[in-house]
Design a protein around this ligand. Structure first.
Ligand code: E4P
Length: 218
């Protein structure tokens, strides 16, 4: 399973990248706004900055909601850097735009996916990634991880090439559950990635090793 970080914060991206296990980055307009990145040119520059930190795919989302606007913005984003994957919402115009991008060799991430039906349309349009939002489903008393399992099963059965990118991950258990469900990618906040390291027995065991070493080495 590939590991992406879900942020537009350059320090967090650097910190995750320094671990040596990062495969890419996802952003969205809310994450860009959180970093106070204003204006189209600054947004584009920020995407390039992210691409220069990590080696893997970087999702950059279109703002337009109409087909022509999505095509125009998506082409501009894709031209910024070879690592850019154009993120497109799962709407009627979005699916049409994904099909256009697929036919023109531009990689896509179909976002805001909350059902198997939407994932089917994304795959049929040739999306590189599909992003089911598991945390937001959990927020409305619906099992987000179960949706990952269903999409993985359907994609495997019909041999779709679209990769399942589990998004809206909130904590370490989500990551583990997505791993077990067969997700191709998990995009996670930095604290969830670092949270995977935590175990009291590791801390206790390390302290004992150091204490025993000191006993004989002074
Ligand atoms: C990533 O691609 C999504 O935009 C992101 O994971 C959404 O997460 P949220 O539901 O925590 O905003």
């Amino acid at each position: 399973m590939k590991f992406f970080i879900d942020t537009a914060n350059l320090d967090q991206i650097r910190e995750a990248n320094d671990l040596g296990v990062l495969d890419g980055v996802t952003t969205n307009p809310s994450l860009m706004a959180k970093e106070n990145i204003r204006g189209a040119e600054n947004v584009k520059k920020h995407y390039v900055d992210i691409c220069n930190i990590v080696k893997g795919d970087v999702s950059a989302e279109v703002i337009a909601t109409d087909y022509e606007g999505m095509i125009r913005e998506g082409k501009e984003l894709a031209a910024l850097h070879p690592q850019i994957v154009v993120k497109v919402p799962c709407t009627k115009d979005g699916i049409k735009a994904i099909k256009y991008f697929t036919d023109h060799g531009i990689r896509t991430n179909c976002t805001l996916v909350f059902s198997v039906g939407q994932a089917l349309l994304a795959a049929k349009a040739g999306a590189t990634y599909v992003s089911p939002f598991i945390g937001r489903l959990d927020d409305v008393s619906t099992d987000g991880v179960e949706l990952i399992r269903q999409i993985v099963d359907v994609y495997n059965y019909y041999e779709f090439g679209t990769q399942v990118l589990a998004a809206s991950i909130r904590h370490t258990m989500h990551i583990i559950q997505c791993l077990e469900a067969g997700a191709d990618v998990a995009t996670c906040p930095l604290n969830a990635i670092l949270g995977l390291l935590n175990h009291p027995l590791t801390d206790i065991g390390l302290q004992k090793f150091l204490d025993d070493y000191k006993k004989v080495n002074g």
